[in-house]
Design a protein around this ligand. Structure first.
Ligand code: ADP
Ligand code: MG
Length: 320
């Protein structure tokens, strides 16, 4: 069996995107990176001419017709935002822009500013017209942010592209959003995915996940945050309060078939906290979850200890 791997990488979406194949195939890698670039150009809020920016700039004014992948993604994001008790909110953009966490934001905005933005984040005020494929934000100042879902969607798209080109085994890493397509030709036929050690300055890991045909997506508070008066403010915001969520764990990783769903649930479960998340997962045996708590415990839900191997003994493994 061929044990060799071929890695291709490119900086996209402000992160390193990596594609690992079991064959040398520059042409496919180029097709994948081009498709990702095209989707990024449509979704970004950092360029004034993207489709999402067109929607946001027309807030309170008029609906904007968008391309079908963008419409489909917004539709999914709105659905996730309307799940009862979901902290996921595609209309969070005014608050994200105010806090600027991960983008030079260094201080807590005033209560007034937060409140003014918070009232612009009602997902029910995002109107979708599927006949026209148009999106209308009802109030001026509203905005869509797909940061919590875009990479999952993109990973699933890459899988489709690869399969269309006859590639059934590959690993896609979109800056930490990982999708294992099929199985690996290497060790035990599993793809081995490292789980990052929170707040570590280099590429240290706490353990290894062994997966086939699964996505692994992490929402954590250790990459984008700032500190003020000894408190940490990170980038997942609570739409109910306008402040960052503050939970008993540092990260949650979701193992799922669809990377889009993993991305949605990593954010939703971060918002729920450990005990409510365990309740949700008891009804979703198809979703595995790994929580890293503030007191160095690693809690596995719907994941067995053969799938996750602890390597950092300063952490303690807790099964189900
Ligand atoms: P990561 O960016 O680490 O992969 P997430 O997938 O959870 O983590 O996405 C966080 C991003 O989503 C933020 O940077 C912001 O753009 C956006 N965001 C912040 N809070 C929310 C929220 N409550 N609902 C949806 N998106 C959010
Ligand atoms: Mg997410």
């Amino acid at each position: 069996m061929n044990r060799e791997t071929y890695a291709y990488s490119k900086t996209l979406m402000g992160t390193c995107v990596e594609l690992i194949l079991h064959e040398s195939n520059d042409a496919v890698a180029e097709i994948v990176f081009k498709a990702l670039q095209q989707l990024e150009d449509k979704l970004t809020v950092n360029q004034s001419n993207s489709e999402i920016m067109a929607i946001n700039l027309a807030a309170g004014l008029n609906p904007v017709v968008v391309s079908s992948p963008v419409f489909a993604l917004i539709e999914q994001a709105k659905k996730a935002s309307l799940i009862k008790g979901s902290c996921f909110n595609l209309a969070i953009e005014p608050l994200v822009k105010l806090w600027k966490i991960g983008f030079n934001g260094k201080s807590v905005p005033s209560l007034d500013e937060i409140e003014q933005k918070r009232i612009l984040t009602d997902p029910n005020l995002i109107h979708l017209n599927s006949d026209e494929q148009s999106v209308f934000l009802e109030k001026k100042g509203m905005g869509i942010d797909l940061g919590a879902i875009a990479k999952g969607y993109m990973a699933d798209m890459v899988k489709l592209i690869l399969q269309q080109h006859g590639i059934d085994n590959a690993l896609i890493n979109l800056g930490g959003n990982i999708l294992a397509v099929g199985q690996s030709n290497c060790v035990e036929q599993y793809w081995r995915v490292g789980l990052k050690k929170p707040f570590a300055t280099n590429d240290e890991i706490v353990g290894i996940l062994k997966v086939k045909n699964k996505s692994v997506v992490t929402s954590g508070i250790y990459e984008r945050y700032f500190e003020q008066n000894g408190r940490v403010y990170h980038h997942i915001l609570n739409p109910l309060t306008g402040y960052p969520l503050d939970k008993e764990f540092i990260s949650v990783s979701i193992i799922s078939a669809s990377s889009l769903e993993g991305d949605i649930y990593s954010t939703i479960l971060y918002g729920k906290g450990l005990y409510e998340s365990i309740d949700v997962l008891s009804k979703r045996s198809d979703l595995g979850a790994i929580f890293i708590t503030r007191n160095n415990q690693i809690k596995l839900i719907n994941v067995d200890d053969k799938t996750f191997e602890l390597s950092d003994k300063t952490y303690q493994l807790k099964l189900n």
